[in-house]
Design a protein around this ligand. Structure first.
Ligand SMILES: Cc1ncc(COP(=O)(O)O)c(C=O)c1O
Length: 385
């Protein structure tokens, strides 16, 4: 067994796929501090910088002083506090659904959604680029997992047609794809779901707080009422931690009863729930901030394109720069660090082989650094990497 582990680790190293964790002392703010050096942070998902907002921090600090550092148990034992109910009520209003349920993370929410709603008689049609947590949730459910080509509606339709006699069908998609920054074809998906009698599950992890005045991409597209299950996270634009599922009362009751990652896990600490609530309220009251970030991202993306970078199909605050080989991406990342910019270096298996990329995440608080960012990329271009 140990020999096998050693061999696999050596293989990862040979393929430039061995993961290490950077020595970061601060990583969510405008600047990331790595090994004592400050870099402009274009790698975090704290898109709106909400973790720095005084009112949100104060709400979290007040909750920790009043209620302590832990919730002490699962929600269904003693770990349910009135602020959890308040947060769920607020989310249901924000998403215009009958009810909502808070989960400990986006990963835990997706495990619960698929393992509870699907079983071995279900087929889940899932976009090829959906997040790993969706894939893991489907695997855990024992359902038949059919991956359709990314955003390819003809492929999805032909697969639905092929399996039209199966009664229990789910179509699952991210709304904003996390490594490509493009968006799903939600109108076509809900129409196909209606036609073939499938349940729709969307993952709004990277759209919540940004699109649809903060409510998400389904709202942006005017399709919120046509989607059955809306999942989103507090860990990205909301600058906090945890996740939610918003849906009709039956689906929420079902997840509360059957979602094992919900039932068998201690609930979020009160300080986190208070931050989530304050953050959702902040976005409700400042709903233009997502659009300001999208405009800024458009401007950066078009400059990068005009320099000759391949930014794929990105139309959001997530901008990939697709370079191909793993080694090239690592060199490009080091080059940008020398210019004071920190970006993600994303390699397989997170993205398909030969599409390794830099992943830039734009954030509201770097808008005054546009020239510095573009100068660094111009230099990268000129470097021949
Ligand atoms: C699309 C998507 N879904 C789910 C998750 C998981 O969310 P969390 O980090 O809150 O576990 C992520 C983030 O990593 C994501 O990008």
């Amino acid at each position: 067994m140990r020999d096998k582990i050693k061999k696999k680790l050596n293989e990862l190293k040979e393929q430039n796929l061995f993961r290490t964790m950077p020595d970061i002392s601060e990583g969510a703010g405008k600047f990331v501090n790595v090994d004592g050096i400050k870099y402009l942070n274009l790698a975090s998902n704290n898109y709106l910088g909400l973790s720095e907002v005084e009112a949100i921090r104060e709400a979290s600090a007040e909750a920790v002083m009043k209620l302590g550092t832990t919730s002490g148990a699962s929600r269904i034992v003693t770990g349910n506090y009135s602020i959890y109910d308040e947060l769920e009520h607020r989310i249901a209003l924000f998403k215009q659904t009958e009810n909502a349920l808070v989960f400990n993370s986006g990963y835990a929410a997706n495990l619960a959604i698929f393992s509870a709603l699907a079983d071995r008689n279900t087929i889940v049609f899932s976009d090829k680029l959906n997040h790993a947590s969706i894939i893991d949730g489907i695997q855990l459910s024992g359902a038949k997992h059919i991956r359709y080509k990314h955003n390819d509606m003809a492929d999805l339709e032909s697969l639905l047609e092929k399996h039209k006699d199966i009664k229990d069908k789910i179509i699952a998609t991210d709304t904003v794809f996390s490594m490509d920054g493009d968006v799903c074809r939600l109108r076509d998906i809900v129409e196909l779901a209606k036609q073939y009698g499938a349940l729709t599950v969307i993952d709004e992890a990277h759209a919540s707080g940004i699109f649809g005045r903060g409510s998400g991409y389904a709202h942006e597209a005017g399709l919120e009422a046509s989607v059955d299950v809306h999942m989103g996270t507090f860990s990205k634009a909301f600058g906090s931690f945890g996740a939610y599922v918003a849906a009709d009362a039956d689906i929420i009751d079902y997840l509360r009863n059957k979602g094992r990652s919900f039932i068998y896990s201690t609930s979020l600490p009160p300080a986190v729930v208070a931050a989530n609530l304050a953050s959702v309220n902040y976005v409700r009251d400042n709903h233009d901030i997502g659009y300001r970030l999208l405009d800024f991202s458009d401007s950066i993306r078009s400059s990068l394109r005009s320099m000759g970078f391949d930014t794929g199909l990105s139309v959001t605050q997530i901008i990939p720069i697709i370079l191909g080989e793993n080694e090239r991406v690592l060199l490009a990342k080091d080059f940008l660090m020398e210019k004071g910019i920190y970006v993600g270096a994303i390699r397989p298996p997170t993205v398909p082989v030969n599409t390794a990329r830099l992943r830039l995440t734009m954030r509201l608080d770097v808008m005054d650094e546009q020239e510095r960012i573009l100068d660094a990329f111009r230099a990268l271009r000129a470097s021949g990497i």
